[in-house]
Design a protein around this ligand. Structure first.
Ligand SMILES: [Zn+2]
Length: 96
């Protein structure tokens, strides 16, 4: 048995046997890659005072442009968490 077939890693699955993910807004099933770009403060990125743009790939519907739902849910969670942290920071005095 040769385990180095195909992609080499992980179980051999034929993705076409499984349901396609469709856009929850328009039902389209073709997505294209787009990016969300986070701005990393230079002090965190280690680049001094220069902020570092950090692109994260996401998939958006090729028809209506909506971000694929499960990614959107994750992003919403992350953003909600960020908002919460922002409130917490606002609550305390400014510490840099
Ligand atoms: Zn769509």
């Amino acid at each position: 048995m040769n385990e180095m077939n195909g992609m080499g890693r992980g179980p051999m699955v034929d993705p076409t046997k499984y349901p396609r993910i469709t856009c929850d807004k328009c039902g389209h099933h073709v997505f294209r890659q787009a990016s969300i770009i986070y701005n990393i403060p230079g002090i965190v990125a280690g680049s001094g005072t220069n902020d570092m743009p950090f692109p994260c790939p996401v998939y958006v519907c090729d028809k209506c442009g909506e971000i694929i739902k499960y990614v959107r849910d994750e992003l919403d969670k992350i953003e909600a968490e960020k908002e919460k942290n922002k409130e917490a920071i606002k609550g305390s005095s400014l510490i840099l």
